[in-house]
Design a protein around this ligand. Structure first.
Ligand SMILES: *Cc1c(COP(=O)(O)O)cnc(C)c1O
Length: 488
């Protein structure tokens, strides 16, 4: 075959990119549900390239073939869009990344790009590591980052062990994240980014995000938000000015529970004090094509399509989950065996007002049942059982329908005791900082009828009737969960 020359391919790629851009622009003008359902996969693309398949195909292939050496050269030097090798990119990943970027940017005129990863933890690492590089002009500089202390247990380990302890990159912990002065007092010229999880898992810490974003930008550094618990159906930090959002797509975004995955979604032209123009211009594409090419944490095509297929109904699911959780929280608040219920939707939660400012069901004003913006607070809640860790375990063991698992975001209700599971590694002090006593049960309310969820909670709590617990160990000790004695 006669070579067509590299420019032939570059020209063809330019036309194809133009076509994709037009398609994405027209999707951007649609409502959230339409974007979630169709993403960036159109009928025309199906007919021209995918045998008319109405669902995005799973390209399980490892790599892409090229027509000739010119096309290969253009592709591998990234002069034309390519998926070349599935560690780096793949058409199935492209569809997932496209829809997530549109959903996170929904409601504002911003351009975002996404890199999907094999897990939420992989997303966090991919999002933060590019900022934690040594400045060769200042080899003795000790760099730091400022992040909320109330974070997911895996994030706590990644920050405390992998970064702080093993790499000597200081994690400056914000303990009261809704105190803007505390954030401000921790930043100096060696701070590389601000990071916050909101609402946090399981403690539901929450803060006034716009103020923290402003603070980050005053210092020329990016604001990174883990918005896994909220999902883009309730909150889209990029539209408020944040630079990067990380999502564990293992959780509510999918809810079906068919696999682990994560995503980094970043605005173009983000704020950073690192001198790296490519990274600044398009962080999502940069990490996908460069650091993640070299480190290899991207998602598999199979998991990408599983996630994509599950997220199409995200808005209505989050609405349903949130309404049921509100009912469950109100029921538990009145219960005699419950010491405290933590749910941002409850008016007596100390962070209710700030949560109300940010957690709004997307497009509820266009929903005929609502006709106005309504607040929804998601399906993560927790409650503290009277009687300490032992009592909490007895209640937990009494559930029949609610699953005992270290999982959340599911269509099925799931409960866990964080002190002996997700947050066991971080020790007593870490749990004290995160306010996770042994008596706390995390509950993620699923799609069952709320009457049945309440009946199951009632069954679990009824095991405490007529019992008294004598708490012998400190409330944050995981040992407290087992060593408190039951007085019969
Ligand atoms: C689960 C979770 C993660 C980690 O996600 P994986 O997909 O399990 O790696 C990160 N952040 C939050 C808030 C989570 O709940």
């Amino acid at each position: 075959m006669k070579s067509q020359g590299k420019n032939f391919y570059i020209e063809a790629a330019r036309r194809s990119a133009e076509w994709h851009r037009t398609n994405i622009e027209s999707m951007k003008r649609k409502k959230f549900d339409s974007i979630a359902v169709h993403g960036i996969y159109s009928m025309q693309e199906a007919l021209d390239f995918n045998q008319g398949s109405i669902i995005e195909p799973i390209y399980m292939s490892t790599s892409q073939a090229y027509r000739d050496s010119d096309e290969m050269e253009a592709a591998l030097s990234y002069e034309i869009p390519t998926w070349c090798y599935s560690r780096i990119a793949n058409p199935s990943l492209y569809y997932l990344e496209g829809v997530l970027a549109l959903l996170e940017g929904y409601g504002a005129d911003i351009e975002a790009t996404c890199c999907a990863t094999a897990s939420g933890m992989g997303a966090i690492q991919s999002a933060v590591d590019p900022f934690l590089v040594v400045d060769l002009k200042k080899p003795d500089q000790k760099i730091n980052f400022v992040a909320t202390s109330q974070v997911y247990g895996g994030t706590f380990q990644q920050f405390a062990i992998r970064k702080n302890q093993e790499k000597n990159i200081e994690w400056r912990k914000v303990v009261h994240s809704n105190d803007i002065d505390e954030w401000a007092s921790l930043i100096d010229e060696n701070t590389r980014f601000l990071y916050g999880e909101m609402p946090s898992n399981p403690g539901q810490a929450f803060f006034d995000l716009e103020k923290v974003i402003e603070l980050a930008h005053q210092h020329g550094i990016p604001m990174i938000v883990d918005a896994t618990v909220a999902t883009p159906a309730l909150m889209r930090p990029l539209t408020l000015g944040a630079d990067i959002v990380v999502q564990s797509i293992s959780k509510t975004i999918t809810s079906g529970g068919f696999g682990i995955g994560g995503a980094v979604i970043a605005r173009k032209n983000l704020t950073t004090n690192i001198e790296n123009d490519e990274m600044k211009a398009d962080f999502g594409t940069y990490i996908k094509l460069l650091p993640n090419r070299d480190n290899g944490p991207n998602i598999s095509p199979f998991n990408a399509i599983m996630a994509l297929n599950d997220l199409r109904t995200i808005r209505s699911k989050v609405d349903m989950f949130s309404r049921s959780t509100m009912r469950v929280a109100e029921y538990l608040s009145q219960h005699k065996h419950i010491e405290q219920v933590d749910y941002l939707g409850l008016k007596n939660h100390p962070l209710h007002e700030v949560a109300k400012k940010y957690l709004v069901l997307v497009d509820s004003e266009y929903d005929e049942q609502y006709g106005e913006k309504v607040n929804r607070y998601g399906h993560l809640m927790s409650f503290r059982v009277k009687g300490g860790g032992r009592a909490a375990r007895d209640v937990f063991d009494g559930f029949n329908m609610i699953w005992r698992a270290t999982d959340l975001g599911r269509i099925k209700s799931v409960a866990t005791i964080p002190a002996i599971s997700t947050h066991s590694q971080q020790g007593e002090e870490g749990r004290r900082l995160a306010d996770i006593p042994a008596s706390l049960i995390r509950l993620c309310v699923g799609g069952e009828h709320p009457d049945d969820i309440i009946a199951d909670l009632e069954r679990g709590l009824s095991v405490l009737d007529g019992k008294k617990y004598f708490v012998t160990s400190p409330e944050f000790s995981a040992g407290g969960a087992s060593s408190a004695t039951l007085i019969r």
